[in-house]
Design a protein around this ligand. Structure first.
Ligand code: SAM
Length: 260
């Protein structure tokens, strides 16, 4: 099938819910219209939820998508009954966009590396820096909690944090001030030249890992290290896996660039 017919996961779910709504409305509208009666919106929303659930089950969507399809329109109807000022929804949407822009554009939401992981990273960087210096970048640096801690503990490491969600970037900007070995940037991670760094750290999601690996192979110097928190590169054997002592498990998959 050509690329023009392949949908993103979000577009696929939207199409599924829209198909359920169209099916129910195409039956309900003529039925109630014929009797000159008003459409019962509550029951219609339940029916669309049930049909959406059936479509999602038939097309083998994961269980949480089935649940979302079942509950989405009934929840919209219920919320509508509360008669909340639409301005609140707009405000909530803008706030979510400011924080979760990455989830919308690249399936990478915000969640932070835990303390144990940052400690394991610090140990790894210290080993690799030895008595020299080292350049480190956190791709999608959130509010800077990882990169700021590393910059504070490892003055010999030049740390860089790259983030493109406006609010998290701003929080990081404020938290990062006054650190000469830390560069905090508003930048798309796909625009970063990975070749400038000895260790590249990513805590993203499974979705971008194949593309990130291709970028790393193209740009990173032989012997430099790509470290991915929790999400391995599919089909590539890591040169090392650091089992971080925490729950849930958050292994660090380390990939040394070939050709050293
Ligand atoms: C899972 S969080 C990791 C945060 C931080 N690295 C940590 O380990 O605590 C992923 C971050 O990547 C950011 N992000 C997603 N896509 C991005 C992109 N294209 N460019 C820059 N940052 C991005 C998200 O906004 C989010 O803050």
């Amino acid at each position: 099938m050509s690329d023009s017919f392949s949908f993103s996961p979000a577009a696929r779910q939207f199409a599924l819910q829209a198909a359920a709504a169209m099916l129910v409305l195409s039956v309900a509208w003529p039925y109630y219209g014929w009797q000159a009666a008003a459409l019962p919106w509550a029951e219609t929303s339940y029916a669309i939820g049930c049909v959406g659930f059936a479509f999602a089950t038939l097309s083998r969507q994961p269980w949480w998508w089935r649940l979302i399809h079942l509950l989405f329109l009934p929840a919209v109807w219920f919320t509508h009954q509360l008669q909340i000022d639409p301005g609140w929804f707009l405000a909530a949407f803008i706030l979510l966009l400011l924080v979760y822009r990455g989830a919308l554009s690249g399936q990478v939401p915000l969640y932070l590396s835990n303390r144990e992981t940052v400690a394991a990273l610090a140990e790894l960087l210290e080993q690799r820096a030895g008595s020299g210096s080292l350049r480190f970048v956190d791709l999608g640096a959130g509010i800077g909690s990882t990169v700021i801690t590393l910059a504070d503990h490892l003055p010999q490491v030049h740390c860089r944090g790259v983030e493109n969600a406006p609010l998290t970037w701003l929080i990081g900007r404020l938290l990062a001030v006054g650190r000469p070995n830390l560069q905090w940037q508003w930048e798309d991670l796909w625009q970063v030249d990975l070749g400038q760094h000895d260790v590249v750290y990513a805590f993203l999601s499974p979705a971008p890992m194949p593309q990130l690996w291709e970028k790393a192979l193209r740009e990173m110097a032989p012997g430099s290290l790509l470290v991915s928190n929790s999400f391995p590169v599919p089909g590539v054997v890591p040169s090392r896996v650091i089992e971080v002592p925490c729950l849930p498990a958050r292994p660090l998959y380390c990939y040394e660039m070939p050709g050293a």
